[in-house]
Design a protein around this ligand. Structure first.
Ligand code: NAG
Ligand code: NAG
Ligand code: NAG
Ligand code: NAG
Ligand code: NAG
Length: 439
């Protein structure tokens, strides 16, 4: 696998008799490995559960043939919010360790800023009330943009706590928890629940929140060769920019500078943003980072805007964007006889025609496949698929890999994506390819 330990060496699942050795392709840089310390990728039972539930056929046979590994770290497997949100509190050190252990070769930190302009890993600038214990900390809860109000007969419980409401030191004193809230809560204790039924609160044991700097150091120190994918957040309306003079442009710069300051090779950094202006700024100011920056495309949420988003793709490429990352629903639909086949949708074909590579998000973020309804964002276009059961999730991965040709797949539980990447030998994004493109 690109940028991974050699499959033949340190990652044998059964027995560690082989001397560790390391292989890598020329466009990646490997930090000096520690041959004395083999690192075992561990996928757990979920990929096997999914494979057992597949209907017989060539894909099932192929996947079964890989059941004993070996499994290596793969940069095609991207850890969403750390890569283990199905069970671990998102964006925490514990989530990052778990995603890493499941072989995610690229690990995500969503980047928000605090009141003293520290950069921290949170999926939203204003989700502390649902992803941490801040409301149980009266001295910090008091500082929230919208302090807690209990539910009553006419209104649900309400709160809004932003990273920019508190200092970095205060932020670091919080505990990460599963994202959720209880709209009926009449007190802050009850407000803490609300985790989706298919996730778990088993690991809500004061998850260690991360700063951007801490995340960079942690991921860099992980065994194996890992890549970074930081996402610059767009602050919500409640945090108008500039914030006390702090502009979106400076925020975008500070994010890149954190990697430069830590001496991280740009080839290992896959910047992301939903704002085209952020990506264009990186292309201009930090071209080596910018050439492999990822434009997160969420501009096609209705059938009409999807047409516009598809039509815009060539102009993004013309401005130097090389990778787009739409959500999974832009890429798949039900098709074939009787709508029983998962097939590529128009966006992916258009992106490829425009010369853009595609990364997509996020696998394992949804209810069990049989339960998905039209309101299930990630699989909404598959709602009328004739047969839906969990085993078909490997078909989702397979169509994305083989027919859409994505170069990376975000997952909230990295095991199945790592399993697939190893078994089918699909490769993550290739930095050298983007760096070779003339501006
Ligand atoms: C997959 O699981 C579903 C229940 O979720 C079951 O109805 C179906 O028969 C299973 N399919 C296979 C091939 O095991
Ligand atoms: C219910 O809560 C809302 C919002 O907090 C508040 O505006 C309203 O006055 C409350 N109603 C009653 C009957 O307390
Ligand atoms: C939600 O809050 C209500 C009111 O505080 C409480 O009765 C209920 O048990 C809570 N639900 C959960 C799942 O905690
Ligand atoms: C497939 O689904 C589409 C969209 O829901 C529908 O218009 C079409 O009639 C279906 N085709 C078959 C063969 O069921
Ligand atoms: C699913 O089928 C329903 C009923 O035929 C239809 O209204 C809806 O548009 C279909 N959804 C998709 C995504 O094809």
């Amino acid at each position: 696998m690109r940028g991974t330990f050699s499959a033949a060496a340190a990652l044998l699942v059964n027995g560690a008799s082989a001397l560790p050795s390391y292989s890598y392709s020329p466009h990646t840089k490997i930090e000096a490995p520690t041959p004395a310390a083999p690192y075992y990728v561990s996928l757990g039972p979920r990929p096997y559960y999914l494979i057992n539930n597949m209907t017989e056929g060539p894909l099932k046979k192929k996947l079964q043939s890989c059941e004993n590994g070996p499994f290596a770290i793969s940069s095609w497997s991207i850890g969403h919010r750390g890569g283990s949100v199905l069970q671990f509190p998102e964006e925490t050190e514990e989530a990052t360790f778990a995603g890493a252990r499941m072989g995610a070769g690229v690990l995500e930190c969503d980047v928000a800023f605090t009141s003293d302009l520290g950069l921290v890993c949170r999926h939203s600038q204003c989700d502390l009330h649902t992803t941490t214990n801040i409301l149980l900390r009266p001295e910090l809860a008091r500082k929230c943009t919208v302090p807690f109000t209990p539910a009553n007969r006419t209104s649900p419980a309400n709160a809004l706590c932003c990273t920019s409401d508190i200092t970095t030191a205060e932020y670091k004193s919080l505990c990460g928890k599963q994202d959720g809230f209880n709209a009926s809560a009449v007190n802050v204790r009850d407000y803490q629940s609300g985790t989706a039924k298919w996730r778990t609160e088993l690991y809500d044991q004061c998850g260690t929140v991360q700063t951007l700097d801490g995340y960079i150091k942690l991921v860099n120190a992980l065994p194996g060769y890992r890549n970074f994918t930081p996402e610059l957040k767009t602050p919500p309306a409640q945090v108008p920019m500039p914030f006390k003079g702090y502009t979106q442009e400076q925020y975008a710069r500070d994010l890149v500078n954190a990697f430069i300051k830590n001496g991280i090779d740009p080839s290992r950094v896959w910047l992301q943003s939903f704002l085209p202006a952020d990506v264009f700024q990186w292309i201009k100011e930090f071209p080596v980072f910018g050439k492999q920056a990822v434009y997160l495309d969420e501009a096609g949420e209705t059938p009409a805007t999807l047409v516009t988003a598809i039509a815009r793709l060539p102009s993004l490429k013309a401005r130097g964007v090389n990778i787009v990352a739409p959500p999974i629903p832009y890429l798949l639909r039900a098709g074939g006889p009787n709508n029983d086949t998962i097939v590529p949708a128009a966006y992916g074909l258009a992106a490829k025609a425009a010369g853009l590579d595609i990364i997509t998000w996020s696998f394992e973020r949804s209810a069990p496949f049989a339960q998905i309804g039209a309101s299930e964002y990630y699989y909404a276009p598959l709602v009328n698929l004739t047969n839906k059961f969990d085993g078909r999730l490997f078909e989702v991965i397979d169509v994305l890999a083989q027919q859409v040709g994505v170069v990376g797949l975000f997952s909230d539980w990295s095991a199945a994506v790592t399993y697939y990447a190893n078994c089918l030998n699909v490769q993550g994004p290739n930095s050298a390819k983007y760096q070779a493109i003339k501006a």
